[in-house]
Design a binder for this molecule. Sequence first.
Ligand code: NA7
Length: 327
Amino acid sequence: MNQDVGFIGLGLMGRPMALNLAKAGHNVTVWNRTATRAAEVAAEAAKLGATMRVAKSPGEAAAGANVLMMIVSDPPAVESVLWGANGALAALKKGSVLVDSSTVSPALARKSAAACAERGVAYLDAPVTGGTWGAEQGNLVFMIGGEAATLARVEPLLGVLGKKWFLLGPNGAGQSVKLAMNLLLALEVDAMAEALAIVTSAGIEGGRLVEVMQSSMARSPVLDIKAPMIVAGEYKASFPLRLMHKDMTLAMELARQLGLKLPAGEASRETYDAVLRAAKDDPDYAAVARYWEKRPGGKTATPQGGVAVARRGRERPRPGRKRRDSE
Ligand code: NA7
């Protein structure tokens, strides 16, 4: 059955998700902070024979919705959409459902859930994995915190956007699992970059390590995608470094709240932090490897000002699979 869906946030992930919902015949009303993006997505929907309304505020997108979905950058973005001027929260109808797929802290998910409950609105934290490729293909995986009955109500929509969802516990559980998973991905890519720094500094082409790795236990889908980017030194964003850095910061904050010390996570976050601060562009998180890249003047991006250890030469990536990110 077609539903009245509000959709907030038309970034790399939200844009294809909103289009898939409209293509599936749902009545989608979108809002995006940068209004031109919303107009572009609505025009794209029209070309595909689907209708999509553009709202003037988060509140307008929420007002007519049975289900409001959102996927925005970070905690301040979620706070602004829900509680800011003409915010979504005050406009949501009693009996509606808010599904927040932004990656934020479990604490913010619980705060949003409590505010929804006060208005008779059900809430799910539902961050995703699958990257832009998964969003485009309707192949996302959702990590969900909330009630099974609420999940059952939105399953027809999740089925348009993805193929799998895991109910992981009460509100906040989806975010805890997502942060743990992204910390692991960040560490894997950072470890790959360190291993490549050793190999290339020893005068061996980085692609050879990747080749050997593909035949070993070190093989993994995330490295299938990221290792060729590192070898080529090309970092077109699929999952931006700034968002991975945000997730690592949230993961380390969660660990602190849980009384855990995570030394590998802390060290890796410092590396990502140094690269992010030095970046003049908006690269993918595989750009963590820039920490070891030779820069003009022979310095790396290390905060300690260490000298470059990597030699990239004219290496070329192995022909990679077409699939994009798994974040
Ligand atoms: P993008 O491509 O950076 O898109 C972020 C979206 O969030 C985009 O629509 C932004 O609007 C919106 N945004 C950012 N800040 C705000 C504020 N303050 N208020 C309202 N809207 C805002 O990210 P992705 O799509 O890759 O990822 C989205 C989430 O999924 C994120 O949590 C990831 O970690 C996982 P804009 O177009 O810039 O005006």
